[in-house]
Ligand binder design. Sequence first.
Ligand code: NAI
Length: 682
Amino acid sequence: MLDIRNGIAVITLDNPPVNSLGHALRERIVQHLDAAEADSTVRGIVLAGSEKAFSAGADVTEFGTPRQLQEPILRTVIARLEASSKPVVAAISGVALGGGLELALGCHGRIAQEKARIGLPEITLGLIPGSGATQRLPRLVGIAVAHGLMSSGQPQSGRQLATSGLFDDVVAGDVIGAAAARAAVLAEKGAPYPRARDGELDAAEVQSTVAAQRAKLTARQKLQPAYGALLDALAASALPFDEGLQKERELFLALVPTNAAQALRYQFKVEREATKLPPAFQAPGREVRSIAVIGAGTMGSGIAISALDAGLAVLLLEQDGAALERGRQRIADHYRERVAAGKLSTDAASSNEARLQTSLEWERLQQADLVIEAVFEDMTVKQEVFRRIDAHARPGAVLATNTSYLDIDPIAAATARPQDVLGLHFFSPANVMKLLEVVRGAKTAPDVLVTGMALGATLKKMPVLTGNAFGFIGNRIYNAYRRQCEFMLEDGAWPEDVDNALTGLGFAMGPFAVADLSGLDIAWRMRKAQAATRDSRERYVSILDQLCEAGRLGRKTGAGYYAYVDGKQVKTTDAAVRDVIQQASSQRGITRRTLALEEIQRRALLAMVNEAALLFAEGVASRPSDIDVVLVQGYGFPRWEGGPVFWARQQDRTQLEHDLQRLAEKAGFGFTLGDLAPLLST
Ligand code: NAI
């Protein structure tokens, strides 16, 4: 849209909802610019967006299609703005992200709203900015600030960037008016107009900053080509502008086809899909303003914090006064630490804490729209708790269990309203971890599921629907993976070989370090409970049980798979653990051999893929991609590898089937081989 007021042409980007820079919009910008330049009554030009969005950047639906490369491409549009015979000022309100910000960088001036969100999120998609930001931004704000914005991918507000040099001014009110005034001033002064490309940069500072940042790259960042490429592009900002721009383009184009960029784009898409229920479950949800959490332990207090942060009223209920007090204290400490760290204002913390009530009186449950149980992982205890909930909760309240493994149907059956019961499986720490498995019981009503998914969104989590099966999606796959890793210990690897291979692939932690962190006794207890029903012909690795019997319960006892000195993990397993492992190998008649890194990685991934095929066939996951979302969001699976299903799709199918067959043979009795076809073709 082009509108001329007092000699200033306002070009308004009009591609709702977020002004993504698809081909049609790019074409219109150039046409309006041509018209404004040709109009002798126009002195200056303002480029504006909507209240909500200046522009959120590239049109993701164009990715990989010829349209993305059809002229005018974004770089052409930016070059046209920059070369305009009349000054162009960007008026930024709402979001200016990625290509949207690059567009503004091509203008001769920029005015931002205080609340505008400005950022370059390309790195989160495995890319770097490809239309000049790596060259223009450092010339405006300096290399350090530019690097910070691009390497974090996190947007900042106009207010935060007010003194950075990015904007001519940051305003609270009429941004278009301020931009028009600025355009008039520039017109008055006459050409040449200020251009980001003409900014001075100190080449030595660029080089030293880039070198320092390169040395700081984490192991996980080094596995993602975009981080190194970003530094290469920023280093090129010390070159003459056009050479730097060319270099940026080459680096950008080389990243587009990388596995990491494809995987991250895939995750971006499937994370959004996962939060939507399949059509069969569409129904209006129930309103939730107040929740009750039963059990003030690790999970209960984390869930309470998450709900308080989201503005809900929370009643925390316990059986035991001391446990209640510990929970209340944990929540108070949490808020005190966040305030001390400058992450939360005192007002916000006290407003959150004011919405918390703690009690030992079950009658109080009546006030809750939704009740979440987080007591001990024991069927009898949970059924008793649900009987009491049933006696006190108001009709129509949603009743949830945070069980990790238990069957939710007998829990629901302890109430007279099983249709109102579902599983809400949070991950520890519950106020931090994004994943929320929303578990559907046999009788769960659709509107209860909808309410569970909506609560996930309210809590800013990633809710994923799962069927009611042992371990749901995540723990079930994780168990298969951990079991395979235990096989590898018996076959010849040491815990550090397995852990290093998996962190080398990008996992946040290896399985044995994770087990030490969460405590080996959790698994031990479950193994003992399952012992009676376990078939003796199954390959069962008893290393963990023996460590527990020796009092090595993990980090909390100073020793598990690893020893801990002053809280720090000793990197090599000690002789006592090696003895236990060696004995296990010899009892199974295995001659220990060295396992290559690639073998460890592949076997761990194959075990996950096989379990994914099984649980998809059983209907536990409603979409294969949901499995990838769960593993990435809840289990430290490297996001830039896309998840086990994405990984499997990249493999040669014949080889994959052959390797899975071998995996089944090695596992021996009782190992079920999944059918890959439905998993990989859906
Ligand atoms: P926890 O032992 O830290 O806390 C349990 C709390 O429940 C205790 O404070 C206890 O006093 C209270 N409680 C026990 N029986 C009760 C009753 N009848 N009425 C009221 N309160 C009662 O346990 P945690 O780790 O918080 O686990 C709770 C649930 O969350 C379990 O079902 C567990 O499987 C599940 N979970 C645990 C995760 C973890 O990483 N710890 C992750 C996801 C789920």
